[in-house]
Design a protein. Structure first.
Length: 438
């Protein structure tokens, strides 16, 4: 892509991200500054944090400009300085000044983008710094969408319903052949440090669910007493379930024999054929054990998503190398809920696995660590400080994720107790001895 086309692409992505940010923050000042849950920042913090990160990287670092506000403001919007629950107590910018700040930063950034060479230093090569900021804003847009789901009161957001299933009677599982494949990437221009480097991984043959686990299937687990049987739960998960009294996915409610779910301020019947959403890792792991299966490893998930058995190569996305479209996946907050399983046949992988991208983030069994050869860049706090056994990896993106911020190599991570995120899962299993002998 030549520099002119790259600048056009970057500008369009920046504008699309900002349009989404404005939709999510187009609320009255009270809504913007109120903390709707101790799990989340006030929306006004996210808004100014988006502007602050953009200023730090694109105006101060890339363009070498002076700060727009006193540098003490940087500490207020440093995600590592103060936990979310404490941010409302900080002397944050008010609603009006926050909006003015992010608009002022953006106007200057678009001016820099028109003039700065997109080469000459790693941060600028192929527009990486601008792409990093696009992804950062879109990630916070998904976080703010989760805040909207947690708030009480009437819905402030609306969107058309996702498509119905166009492919019925899918097989329950798909065989992923054993052997090596290329995991990670060296070539994605905006790939983040934890996606690198590309490396060969030998994965034994396994079966993986054709689609994410549905509300119908998960309800069977709930109604079979799955939340009351310690046999299915990781010991830490069982302790957490007892401590918190979990009895169903977040936002589910039982009214007699009917289950409902709260979706952005509206209560509606549970849609049986949609992927289950708002379950934590412990719940996903317990369901898998109850079903006689397990969660896939991160390596298995990526092989199922990327491996093309005909060419032997790894694709950028499950369907191929072309950028996501509305036919491929439920992304970009076009719909504010998962689509029915079977709704995106054009997005299936070369092996026939459906809806690996979009709809719900999918928990894997893997803890979050760097690949061999990992190099923190451009800053340690993006990935490296989270490595270890505290976080589990999620893959694939959700209906709240933007196409610019997901790809088949993209790695998300969170604590195993988290379920305010748009998280679901699918299961996997090993081959039986008889299947291995075939």
């Amino acid at each position: 892509m030549d520099d002119e086309r790259l600048r056009e692409r970057l500008a369009a992505d920046l504008i699309r991200a900002r349009d989404r940010t404005k939709q999510l923050t187009d609320v009255d000042d009270t809504e913007l500054t109120h903390q709707h849950s101790p799990l989340m920042s006030p929306l006004v913090w996210d808004l100014a944090h988006i502007g602050n990160q953009e200023e730090l990287w694109l105006l101060r670092d890339v363009a070498g400009r002076d700060p727009l506000l006193p540098e003490t403001v940087d500490q207020l919007y440093d995600a590592f300085q103060y936990p979310r629950k404490d941010r409302p107590k900080l002397p944050l910018l008010e609603a009006g000044p926050s909006r003015q700040y992010v608009d002022g930063v953006r106007n200057k950034v678009l001016d820099v983008l028109e003039r700065i060479p997109l080469n000459g230093r790693p941060l600028l090569n192929r527009g990486f710094a601008f792409g990093m900021i696009v992804q950062h804003e879109q990630q916070h847009d998904e976080t703010m969408l989760a805040t909207h789901q947690l708030r009480t009161g009437e819905a402030l957001l609306s969107a058309p319903r996702p498509p119905r299933a166009s492919t019925k009677n899918l097989p329950p599982e798909v065989l992923v052949p054993g052997g090596p494949f290329t995991m990670g990437t060296d070539v994605e221009p905006w790939a983040l440090d934890n996606e690198r480097p590309a490396h060969a991984v030998d994965v034994p043959a396994f079966f993986i669910d054709t689609t994410p686990v549905t509300n119908r299937a998960y309800r069977d687990f709930v109604e079979a007493g799955g939340y009351d049987d310690a046999r299915w739960w990781h010991p830490a998960g069982w302790a957490y379930r007892q401590q918190t009294g979990l009895s169903a996915p977040q936002f589910w409610n039982r009214e007699g024999s009917t289950w409902t779910r709260r979706v952005f301020g509206s209560t509606e019947p549970l849609h049986d054929d949609q992927p289950v959403v708002h379950v934590n890792w412990y719940e996903a792991d317990a369901y898998a054990r109850w079903a006689g299966r397990r969660l896939p490893t991160e390596e298995e998930w990526e092989k199922a998503a990327r491996f093309d058995p005909v060419s032997g190569r790894s694709r950028r996305f499950p369907w191929g190398d072309e950028e996501p479209s509305a036919e491929h996946a439920n992304l970009g907050q076009r719909h504010l809920e998962p689509a029915e399983v079977g709704a995106y046949p054009a997005g299936r992988s070369a092996l026939g696995v459906h809806q690996l991208m979009g709809d719900v983030w999918e928990w894997t069994s893997s803890t979050f660590n760097g690949y061999d050869g990992f190099r923190a860049w451009p800053y340690r706090e993006y990935s490296e400080v989270f490595f270890g056994h505290d976080h589990r990896v999620l893959r694939g993106g959700s209906f709240g994720s933007d196409p610019s911020a997901v790809r088949a190599t993209f790695r998300n991570w969170d604590y195993p107790i988290r379920r305010q995120i748009f998280s679901g899962f699918r299961c996997a299993r090993d081959l039986t001895p008889a299947e291995r002998d075939v």
